[in-house]
Design a protein around this ligand. Structure first.
Ligand code: AP5
Length: 193
C-alpha cells in the first residue's frame, strides 16, 4: 500500500490536487471535511453535533474524526493506498492514524505539504464563498478562525512527521497543473526509492 497525506492550510489546494492524484495513482481519497459535510447534509446526529463548530471554523473533536477514519479504513480493504486530505489535523490524530495503519501492516509513505501565503488563502476562500454553499467560506472572520486553528493545532502535524523524515514541502501557488507535476515528482521518487 502507498499512503500519503496531502497537508496544508485551508484553501491551499488539498481538495483540488487530491482529485487529480487519486485519478493518477488509484488511491482511495479520505477527506474528513467531505465526510463531515456528508453527515451534515444527511442531518445525522453526528452531523448535527459538528455543524456549528464547522460553521465557526473550529476543529471538530479528535475522537469524532478518528472514529470516522477508523471506520473508513476498515471499509476499504482492497485499495492500493489512501490519500488523506484534511486529516490528521492534530498530533493526537497523527498518532492515532499511525497506530491504525500499523495495525494493517502499513504506514504513511510521504506527507506533501502545500505552502501558500495567507493573503492568497484568504483571497481563494472568499472567492469560493461567493459561489459555493460552504458555510465556512462566508466571511473573513470565519476564514481567519480556520487559519488560526491550523496554526495553533495543525502545523504541529508536520513536525510529527518530520521526525521520521517524511515531509516534503511544495509551493502551492501558481498554475494548478504545475503544482500537480511537482506533487507527482515527489510521489514518483518515493515510490521508486
Ligand atoms: P476541510 O474540508 O478539510 O477544509 P479546509 O482544510 O479548510 O480546506 P479547504 O477544503 O477549504 O481547502 P483545500 O486546501 O482543500 O483547498 P481547495 O482545493 O478546496 O475542513 C473543513 C472543516 O471541517 C474544518 O474547519 C473543521 O471544522 C472540520 N474538519 C475537517 N477535518 C477535520 C479534522 N481532521 N479534525 C477536526 N476537524 C476537521 O481550494 C480552495 C479554493 O482555491 C478553491 O476554490 C480552488 O478552486 C482554489 N484553488 C485551488 N488551487 C488553486 C491554485 N493553484 N490557484 C488558484 N486557486 C486555487
Amino acid at each position: 500500500m502507498f499512503n500519503l497525506i496531502l497537508f496544508g492550510p485551508p484553501g491551499s489546494g488539498k481538495g483540488t490536487q487530491s482529485e487529480r492524484l487519486i485519478a493518477k495513482y488509484g488511491l482511495k481519497h479520505l477527506s474528513t471535511g467531505d465526510l463531515l459535510r456528508n453527515e451534515i447534509a444527511g442531518q445525522t446526529p453526528l452531523g448535527m453535533a459538528v455543524k456549528n463548530l464547522m460553521a465557526e471554523g473550529k476543529l471538530v473533536p479528535d475522537e469524532i474524526v478518528i472514529e470516522m477514519i477508523d471506520a473508513a479504513i476498515e471499509n476499504n480493504t482492497r485499495v492500493n493506498g489512501f490519500l488523506f486530505d484534511g486529516f490528521p489535523r492534530t498530533t493526537a490524530q497523527a498518532e492515532a492514524l499511525d497506530k491504525l495503519l500499523a495495525q494493517k501492516g502499513t504506514e504513511i509513505a510521504i506527507v506533501l505539504a502545500l505552502q501558500v501565503s495567507q493573503e492568497e488563502l484568504i483571497k481563494r476562500l472568499l472567492n469560493r464563498g461567493r459561489t459555493s454553499d460552504r458555510s465556512d467560506d462566508v466571511n473573513e472572520e470565519v476564514i481567519a478562525a480556520r487559519i488560526s486553528e491550523y496554526e495553533k493545532k495543525t502545523a504541529a502535524v508536520a513536525e510529527h512527521y518530520k521526525k521520521f523524515g517524511k515531509v516534503e514541502y511544495i509551493k502551492g501557488e501558481g498554475n494548478v497543473d504545475d503544482i500537480f507535476d511537482l506533487l507527482c515528482k515527489e510521489i514518483d521518487e518515493k515510490k521508486v526509492a
